[in-house]
Design a protein around this ligand. Sequence first.
Ligand SMILES: Cc1ncc(COP(=O)(O)O)c(C=O)c1O
Length: 392
Amino acid sequence: MTDLLVSDTTTDTETGTTATGTAAEALAAPGTTAPAVPFRSIHSHLTQRALRLQPTSTAVRAAYNEAPFTPIPAVTEAIASAAAGLNLYPEGIGTLEAKLAAHHGVEDLGEGCVVVSPGSGFMLHNLAIATCDPGDEVMFGWRSFDAYFNAAATAGAKAVAVPVLDSGALQLEAMAEAITDRTRLIVLCTPNNPSGAPLMHADVLDFLAKVPSNVLVVLDDAYGEYATAEGVVDGFALAAQFPNVAVLKTFSKFFGLAGLRLGYLIARPEITTGIRRISLLSGVSTLAVQAGLACLEPASVAEYEERRRVTLAERTRIESTLVDQGFTIYPSQANFILIDLGEKSDDFAAFSAANGVIIRSYGEDGARYSIMLPEVNDLFLEITEKWQVEQA
Ligand SMILES: Cc1ncc(COP(=O)(O)O)c(C=O)c1O
């Protein structure tokens, strides 16, 4: 995909484009005066301009890998009843962390092996701060989740972005070769965003044998619940086996609570203790704690399992329809599908938005559709069909 990228500047997050323009540089450069225009406005402007989007008020957003389902009643009820206690600082964080450990069956890692944060993106910042001094290196595959650049920048670290394979899978051998004595943190996104390619357990084992024990390897498992292929990496088993492996998870995807901001790290207590030491005090809200607890009730988990079944069935249907329509896709193990459109990615994204579905373009690296409810998926597949007819 792209060339090896080593950068100590900032890049936009998932909710925007890769910003390498002057505004982003001005904001990132130490000692410069921030422009008068607030960052969010620039961000939104860049996004709209880059994609040439003209979304109508009825356009559906299928661009950020959000869950298309609204929160389950147990969660909205928990939030509503917790609202009456918002005069108090949050309680129950320890209970939520213990229940998460039980939910994932990782209690054997040791007491305190789960630490929560306001979103897993925020935890990435904590991880970079905890592991890096200025000038140290944070390594990840590229393309992958944009926020890894931001995390590195937070700690004054260099972002070392190792190109992924043509299949969109992380190139573990090249990553092992790129390790230097300044490497402190390696983030492996699996399934990778935006390609949807997962890592295989055996390959990660080989990789870990080449990683020095003072380097923290974090498996970003944001989409792990959608990885159903045989042999995909089992991060919890690796965290039990290797003291320098951690698993990063979120309530934003499988639990469909992206707006709530709740994520967590699973690792041995030596690591989670270090993270707690630098974590924002009371950073996770009462509403997030109570909603998180409600998600873990057995009846809730059963509802989420049903939603996952819908998403997985839709993934199969969309992938096979796109292939039948003549598209080249990256086979996905996540809740999104990257379509290989080469230099037409931006045009296709604009076409899709104009026809009612906003997706994310990655320039020459493709356009990504986040799997929605069946009716929206139907609409998207009509749009793709129409595009092919117009291109013929
Ligand atoms: C790979 C990956 N990790 C983490 C996140 C961030 O999730 P959160 O909402 O928990 O910050 C995302 C969001 O899209 C993602 O794609």
